[in-house]
Ligand binder design. Structure first.
Ligand code: FAD
Length: 498
């Protein structure tokens, strides 16, 4: 008997719920596992997946394919299915071709994906194929945590308390899933030809614009499960101890940088939490080393935003979580939008962050908050424009976390920053890039400015201003106080109309 495991956003062998279950069933029945991975260009288009992320996934799949065959004799069949509507039919068609009566996969919680999985189960039933979908992507499965009145939490802090309680009461949830057993050699021999199908390449619309960009991104982000574990181990052994004090300063490079692995599933969030707990001075998740405790609470945000998405799926349809914010009248200003995207707003911390994103496909969390707030509140541009731009560039683009982050910064999301709290980008720069090192690293025009003047050269005057002028660094495109007033007035009147 053949059991199929369909790899999606779980491009790893270790700690993979569905793969582990598929393998257990195959072993019980004296059969083997076939892996399947489908590249669906329409999905990548619809979800605005960045070239960096597409490339990261394909590279991860190639490594997965080799490791699965070498260590487990599991063939991974990799194919391209041009139209999304054909994906379910293709999965079941292949199952029939291989004589498989069981197809397993891990759940993806966004609306399109849930509908697809539902269709797979329904069509599977008609074709006498047992389809099993598993919770795997969240540490605590969505739906498990309820408020005292049986509702879904919409505020992080009490949700997090309940998340901790759940994990302390059900410690097995964090256990590593069993690795798959090797396939019997005769099974591997029969299906070896599936392993030999070449991995489809990234479609032309999603390729990097230059080969130098490709080399740069590939060097920055080694793909695959082994690279993920190396990154995690490095962070846990070198940096996590100081994470609570260093994590807000972009120039320190002090965070884990495993987000692209969580997003592609080359690393499970469960493994991250379990590994952090293992190096802590206590078995509890809310005590011991402060750095570990805080890091665990950050990884938990990822679960929080997924739980929210499962309960309020309308956020997948471009609607704000808080419907009363639907009536804010946003500015239409393509010049400002372009200046923001290109990092030419005249606010050095914003520009440095955006240029870093454009160059590296990654942005530090503090900077994500600063630039998102700047777009929605200072420029009063619709936050969804920024949300989309992030997805189109980020190597770690992830719908739930990105949507959650934008909703937080624009005050339209779940458990947001109150709308009247408008980040002051000048102060943010002073607080989190005190010496201006991050700005100097990314804003070429200001590289020669010494000292803090780099954070606001036209205000600082003197040499800072001379350098900025000489190199054509733009003046601020909006004035902070004016922008802040306009924002408060516009949000208030939008709410009034709600
Ligand atoms: P660390 O600080 O080391 O955190 C460890 C892990 O915890 C991260 O890898 C990530 O998986 C998770 N995490 C940390 N903070 C958050 C958070 N606020 N929300 C959800 N998960 C979190 N994260 C993404 O993975 N993909 C996105 O598309 C994304 N878009 C964002 C957009 C905005 C506007 C904002 C404010 C935040 C966004 N984040 C997103 C969250 C966060 O910025 C990144 O996860 C983090 O910067 C990744 O770097 P790291 O791996 O070094 O994080």
């Amino acid at each position: 008997p053949v059991v199929v495991h369909w790899f999606k956003r779980d491009l790893r062998i270790r700690d993979n719920t569905s793969l582990s279950r598929a393998s257990a069933l195959a072993k019980e029945k004296g059969g083997g596992v076939i892996g399947l991975w489908i590249l669906s260009p329409e999905d990548w288009e619809a979800h605005i997946v960045s070239p960096a992320k597409c490339d990261f996934e394909v590279r991860s799949v190639q490594l997965l394919k080799e490791e699965l065959m070498q260590d487990f004799g599991i063939p991974l069949h990799t194919i391209l299915v041009p139209y999304r509507k054909d994906v379910v039919g293709k999965v079941l068609g292949l199952a029939e071709e291989w004589g498989a009566r069981n197809v397993f996969c891990n759940l993806e919680y966004e609306v399109d994906e849930l509908r697809r999985e539902e269709k797979l189960i329904r069509e599977g039933l008609k074709n006498d194929v047992n389809v099993e979908v598993w919770h795997d992507d969240c540490v605590v499965p969505p739906g498990e945590l309820k408020t005292g009145t049986g509702k879904q939490y919409a505020v992080y802090t009490p949700w997090f308390r309940s998340w901790l309680q759940y994990l302390h009461a059900n410690p097995h949830v964090l256990d590593e899933r069993h690795p798959p057993s090797p396939n019997p050699p005769s099974f591997t021999a029969t299906f070896k030809h599936l392993h030999d199908t070449p991995t489809p390449s990234v479609p032309s619309s999603k390729q990097f614009t230059t080969s130098s960009e490709k080399t740069r991104i590939q060097t920055l982000y080694p793909a695959g499960e082994t690279a993920a574990l190396t990154r995690l181990t490095h962070f846990l052994s070198q940096k996590i101890g100081a994470y609570n004090t260093t994590r807000n300063f972009p120039s320190l490079h002090s965070t884990s940088s495993v987000s692209m692995h969580h997003a592609a599933g080359t690393l499970s969030a469960r493994t991250s939490i379990r590994s952090a707990r293992a190096i802590n001075s206590t078995k509890r998740l809310d005590g011991g080393l402060e750095g570990v405790r805080v890091w665990i609470s950050e990884v938990a945000w990822r679960d929080f935003y997924r739980h929210v998405l499962v309960h309020w799926p309308y956020i997948c349809m471009s609607k704000p979580f808080k419907y009363e914010y639907t009536n804010i009248s946003w500015e239409t200003n393509p010049t400002h939008l372009t200046a923001w995207k290109q990092g030419k707003t005249g606010y050095p911390i914003v520009d440095a962050a955006m240029r870093c994103l454009n160059h590296t496909a990654y942005m530090h969390n503090r900077n994500r908050m600063i630039v998102a707030s700047f777009l929605a509140k200072h420029l009063l541009l619709d936050w969804r424009l920024g949300e989309r731009y992030f997805m189109s560039r980020l190597v770690d683009g992830d719908f739930a976390s990105n949507n959650g982050g934008w909703g937080f910064a624009a005050s339209t999301g779940v458990d947001p920053q109150p709308y009247f709290r408008v980040f002051n980008p000048w102060l943010q720069g002073e607080k989190f890039d005190g010496e201006g090192d991050f700005v100097r690293e990314w804003v070429e025009e200001l590289r020669d400015v010494k000292g803090k003047g780099v954070l606001n050269p036209y205000e600082a005057g003197g040499e800072a201003e001379r350098v900025a002028r000489r190199n054509g660094y733009p003046r601020p495109i909006v004035e902070h106080r004016v922008a802040r007033e306009r924002c408060l007035e516009r949000y208030k009147s939008g709410l009034g109309r709600g």
